[in-house]
Design a protein around this ligand. Structure first.
Ligand SMILES: NC(=O)c1ccc[n+]([C@@H]2O[C@H](COP(=O)([O-])OP(=O)(O)OC[C@H]3O[C@@H](n4cnc5c(N)ncnc54)[C@H](OP(=O)(O)O)[C@@H]3O)[C@@H](O)[C@H]2O)c1
Length: 289
């Protein structure tokens, strides 16, 4: 069996990738993590924990030793630097293939700094000579979990995308797609935009949640800058708050108004709908208060 290392393995996508891989009873599933305490569930599933951080090159070398494939997930304001360090070490360590979790329409001239950084990372990966699959995730349905407080107390969903429609995707489908790309050569060399099954606005999101909760849920559009300001009040760092504002501005203009069939092609199942997400994830979180 080929060894697979997953970075960002304690995060939303990475943890599911690890658990899906170990559920197939695969040998050689490695989770690259900063904090082994957060990785107890991954270790219990059979994954080998390799401790490290992107800033620590020696830990990357040890983390990638003996790996055939790396599922490369990075995060935060230094995401391109993290990815560049990982790609360089992967090449030197003899890694054959990288499955990169990138973002919607990644482009060095895109509308958010995350889009631009992922554009730079994709260019570096394509130039690296490594076999690769690039999976660009649309806006995550799981971002809605940040609104649980107002949903619970007021039945209101405040957001800054106006009436812009988005092909919102459940991170479980991105993880499933990453597992497929890591365990098959069928997608090598491809860049795939992953979306949910429908481009919807936040009125549709509110309606889906309201149906599930059996009460009214209302979407309240606010300016994109108000979303960034609210994030700052909740302690979000400046880079993330600005990226959030810039994404909202772009989505309000229809930048994310599209869907693709890539999740079904990669995974063999349809992407999860907003109704499924509301039933399985969001409504339980709202009720849990
Ligand atoms: N939100 C969206 O709509 C959207 C859309 C497309 C793409 N994306 C991007 O997709 C990526 C994956 O998303 P996600 O939700 O799975 O991320 P997440 O839950 O925030 O997880 C990020 C992971 O990266 C790890 N990490 C952060 N800094 C690190 C460092 N310096 N060294 C080693 N590990 C580090 C974290 O470890 P710790 O647990 O130790 O913090 C965590 O495991 C993110 O970059 C995200 O921004 C987001």
């Amino acid at each position: 069996m080929k060894n697979i290392v997953v970075t960002g393995a304690t995060g939303n996508i990475g943890s599911r990738v690890v658990l899906e891989l170990t559920a197939r009873k695969r040998e050689g599933v490695m989770a690259f993590v900063r904090d082994p305490v957060k990785a107890a569930r991954l270790a219990a599933s059979g994954a080998t924990i390799r401790r490290g951080a992107f800033e620590d090159t020696a830990s990357l070398r040890a983390g990638f030793a003996g790996a055939d494939t790396v599922v490369l997930i990075t995060a935060g304001s230094a995401l391109a630097e993290q990815a560049a360090a990982a790609i360089d070490v992967a090449r030197a360590a003899g890694v054959r293939k990288i499955v990169r979790i990138s973002s919607l329409k990644a482009d060095i001239e895109g509308p958010t700094d995350a889009t631009r950084q992922d554009g730079r990372t994709e260019a570096k990966l394509r130039a690296s000579g490594l076999t690769h699959v690039i999976l660009r995730g649309h806006c995550f349905m799981q971002n809605l979990l940040a609104s649980v407080g107002s949903l619970r107390s007021e039945g209101k969903l405040y957001f800054g995308t106006g009436s812009g429609k988005m092909g919102l995707i459940d991170t479980r489908d991105i993880a499933d797609a990453a597992v497929a790309a890591a365990t098959s050569d069928a997608w090598d060399g491809q860049t795939l935009e992953l979306t949910g099954p429908a481009a919807i606005d936040y009125d549709a999101v509110a309606a889906a949640l309201g149906r599930e909760l059996g009460r009214d849920v209302t979407y309240v559009p606010v300016p994109p800058t108000a979303v960034g300001e609210a994030a700052r009040r909740f302690g979000t760092d400046e880079w993330t708050a600005k990226v959030l504002t810039d994404y909202c501005t772009a989505y309000a203009k229809g930048w994310g108004d599209f869907t693709t069939q890539e999740v079904a092609k990669l995974t063999g199942h349809e992407p999860r709908s907003i109704a499924e997400f509301a039933r399985e994830v969001l409504a339980p979180a709202v009720r849990a208060g």
